[in-house]
Write a protein that binds this ligand. Structure first.
Ligand code: B12
Length: 470
């Protein structure tokens, strides 16, 4: 007999990729974390209801035993509103996900309990405390979890017809690259941890979708593992998309295997075409001299390239926009995401900027990579904002789309169109035009805490220094 009703909620984000903009569907489901959490409630005793507020309203009156909320920084304030509401109704609330993991004390001001980092190892304790009526405080594992113990996510809970990309498969956690703007290595460690191939393949074989997304930070993590994974993927006859790093994406053998195993799009964090900017954020795996060849190679294998670029590094100048735009259009990058550098709480970039007293807003709503929340250096904030908007307008203009469309190439043309139209609709129409430059008097009530301290000593010192001066 089921004894508990659990209500899992993904709060609404002001982000066009999660809004149902075309055919009432959102481009991506943001639910990977919550589907994973749902699988940790034994089905014989727990019934789970899941709401993604991006596509449907939260049932604020639901009678349930526990509310679980997951949040990234840009929508954590909405998460706190929902948590406050259920707390006022005396329903126990637990929070987790990337933002609460770095801001546990802040999260605890709105919830009974919160989970720092991975949930798998602490979940038995959470369930026992829920049963005993004493769910409280911070749940944090003393080690990283064994990837062989990860259960398949509860895909049955997702409203399938509301997303274009809904099946996200995680095959690994961790990242050795440790860029200063990224949270991955501080949350999941600097070593790749791999799920057993058989588990991954079983999960993919069981999913109904023909197209899946692999949400690892680098699908080409190591040669041996990638060979094994892609070879096993081939007979499943799926199409897949994933992210790769510049260095590993040079590997022709892996590219060929990727194409043969059904890969139709790879996203790459190019971040910048300036070596100095890359160095300033420790993204040393990227070499801009290799970008053009890399794109040609991927196109040669029939794969689309989704290029990710950031602007607002201290090394950037007004020319950075025009040069990047020219590069992206000339090399016919299929899709691009352009972000404004954002110092997410708990990252090294955050501590560096905080120490230099450069952060101009702690309003987390603005931490969506479309607003400027810090004092810029290489480029005036006004120019950064205009340049960033210009990138979207020009890259997704009709002229650019016609130049870039793979008319006589073997790339997936319908996917190309859906993705380009989504980005064009979201950005060119101005749906998400943010407040450009944010300077306000928000204060940081709680200092970020880093789930896993950085491996490098100078980084640990930077974190410690901020804590001492605040
Ligand atoms: C894949 C991915 C995406 C996918 C989402 C996939 C999906 N279906 O969820 C897409 C492409 C849509 C995406 C979009 C964005 N992303 Co993203 N993404 C990732 C990535 C690489 C992996 C996330 C993932 O799927 N993890 C797998 C799940 C299982 O892990 P998890 O969510 O952490 O969940 C575990 C724990 O956190 C915990 N947990 C999670 N929720 C809860 C809830 C409760 C109640 C409990 C108890 C525990 C718990 O338990 C889980 C199991 O252990 C991460 C990097 C990372 N490692 O987090 C960045 C990351 C999460 N993304 C990030 C960002 C910034 C974004 C965007 C804002 C980028 C943009 N400008 O568009 C958008 C926001 C989209 C939106 N509106 O929601 C940042 C977030 C930083 C921050 N502080 O907010 C990250 C951390 C990368 C980085 N730069 O460091 N992303």
């Amino acid at each position: 007999m089921k004894t508990h009703l659990i209500y899992l909620i993904n709060p609404k984000a002001d982000c066009f990729t999660s809004k149902p903009l075309i055919l009432k569907k959102a481009l991506y489901s943001p639910l990977a974390g919550l589907l994973q959490i749902a699988s940790l409630f034994p089905r014989d005793r727990f019934e789970v209801i899941l709401t993604d507020e991006n596509i449907e309203p939260v049932d604020l009156d639901l009678q349930c035993s526990l509310v679980g909320i997951s949040a990234m920084t840009s929508y954590v304030k909405r998460g706190y509103e929902i948590a406050d509401h259920f707390m006022r109704r005396n329903v126990p609330v637990i929070m987790g996900g990337v933002h609460p993991s770095f801001m546990p004390q802040e999260a605890l001001a709105h919830a009974d309990a919160m989970c720092v980092g991975e949930a798998e190892l602490v979940f038995p304790g959470i369930l026992a405390d829920l049963d005993a009526g004493c769910l409280k405080g911070v749940y944090k594992a003393d080690r990283l979890c064994d990837m062989a113990t990860i259960l398949p996510p509860r895909m049955d809970l997702i409203k399938r017809n509301r997303y274009f990309n809904r099946t996200f498969i995680q095959t690994a956690r961790g990242c050795p690259t440790a860029c200063s703007f990224c949270a991955e290595h501080l949350m999941y460690g600097t070593k790749y941890r791999f799920r057993p191939i058989e588990d991954v393949i079983q999960e993919i074989a069981a999913c109904e979708d023909k197209t899946i997304a692999i949400n690892d930070v680098d699908v080409f993590s190591t040669r041996e593992r990638t060979r094994e994974l892609l070879t096993a993927l081939k007979p499943l006859n799926k199409n897949w998309q994933g992210a790769v790093s510049c260095r590993h994406a040079q590997d022709e053998e892996l590219l060929e295997l990727a194409a043969e195993s059904g890969c139709n799009m790879l996203s790459i964090g190019f971040e910048s075409i300036s070596r100095g900017s890359l160095r300033s954020v420790h993204k040393l795996v990227n070499n801009p001299d290799t970008y053009a060849e890399l794109i040609d190679k991927m196109h040669g294998y029939g794969m689309m390239v989704f290029g990710l670029f950031m602007f607002g590094f201290d090394n950037d100048s007004e020319e950075s926009f025009v040069e990047t735009l020219r590069f992206a259009i000339d090399h016919k990058i299929d899709m691009c995401g352009f972000s404004i550098v954002t110092p997410y709480p708990g990252t090294l970039l955050f501590f560096e900027m905080m120490e230099e007293k450069r952060i101009t807003s702690y309003n987390w709503d603005k931490y969506d990579q479309g607003a400027i929340v810090y004092q810029t250096r290489g480029i005036p904030a006004e120019s950064l904002w205009k340049g960033h908007s210009m990138m979207y307008e020009r890259f997704y203009s009709t002229g650019s789309m016609l130049r870039r469309f793979p008319f006589f190439k073997k790339r997936a043309k319908s996917l190309w169109l859906i993705m380009n139209l989504f980005f064009r609709r979201g950005e060119v129409s101005g749906i998400d035009v943010p407040e450009p430059i944010v300077v306000d008097d928000t204060i940081l009530e709680y200092l970020p805490e880093v789930p896993l301290m950085p491996a490098r000593k100078d980084w640990r010192d930077a974190v410690a220094a901020t804590r001492l001066t605040c």
